[in-house]
Design a protein around this ligand. Structure first.
Ligand code: PGA
Length: 249
């Protein structure tokens, strides 16, 4: 059985006090859910959040990481730094990193290698832009992002990978892929992995959907057989809506 996962990407939101308030709210509101819950606060709050969640059933992810081990990279954060404060999961390849910070597939391939070398869990994000979908190129764009960013890893490394399909046109826009569009792409992703690796890996990897998932649409998206949960942006900043999404799994 594949894992079900609901992850909250808090992006560049919430200072320390706000983060702590959201966390305690979340701990009381989450209740029982079948999903593994992950939250990704900003770098400055990672240590406090990791400490606050030591006894809780919520895991912590970083939103980004540098590919080098250490060195003269002013402003950057290494895998070892994350691991040293107990962060075992990292989001890589988010479309905002690709679009605003010039992260390419080749760079992401390096970051994936570094994270896996440090035995971290990678949440690898990818997804097409609106013009790709309009021109009916969305499948080939996604296939290339996978081939160039992550299909170089060993078969044995897939146990440390979670995929997050996030169509760029649906992120923060209030426009979601329809459940059928999400299912169609998730099935394609699984078939592409089966071709490049094998059926077992394709069937075992969790593929999350991201892009304007809200309490009122989560259930029908999560009900699709190849959708194993969600990567939630805006709606994860409010404990009540994030909890409602987690319950929708
Ligand atoms: P959104 O963001 O839920 O606000 O659309 C999703 C994401 O960027 O991961």
């Amino acid at each position: 059985m594949r894992k079900k996962i609901v992850a909250g990407n808090w992006k560049m939101n919430k200072n320390l006090a706000e983060t702590e308030a959201l966390l305690s709210d979340l701990k009381t509101k989450l209740g029982k859910t079948e999903a593994e819950i992950i939250v990704a606060p900003t770098f400055t709050n990672l240590y406090n959040v990791t400490e606050a969640l030591r006894q809780a059933d919520i895991k912590v992810a970083a939103q980004n990481m540098h590919q080098a081990e250490n060195g003269a990279y002013t402003g950057e954060i290494s895998a070892d730094m994350l691991k040293s404060i107990g962060v075992e999961i990292v989001i890589l390849g988010h479309s905002e990193r690709r679009a605003y910070f010039g992260e390419t597939d080749a760079l992401l391939a390096d970051k994936v290698n570094t994270a896996l070398k440090h035995n971290m869990m990678v949440i690898f994000c990818f997804g097409e832009e609106l013009q790709d979908r309009k021109s009916d190129n969305h499948f080939s764009v996604v296939e290339n992002q996978l081939k160039n960013g992550i299909f170089h890893i060993d078969a044995s490394a897939w146990k440390n990978v979670i995929l997050a399909y996030e169509p760029v046109w649906a992120i923060g826009t209030g426009e979601t892929a329809s459940p059928d569009q999400a299912q169609e792409m998730h099935a394609f992703i699984r078939a592409t992995i089966a071709k490049a690796y094998n059926d077992t890996i394709a069937n075992e990897v969790a593929i999350l959907y991201g892009g304007s998932v809200k309490p009122n649409n989560a259930e029908e998206i999560f009900a699709k057989p190849d959708v194993d949960g969600g990567l939630i942006g805006g709606a994860s900043l409010d404990a009540e809506s994030f909890a409602a999404i987690a319950k929708a799994i």
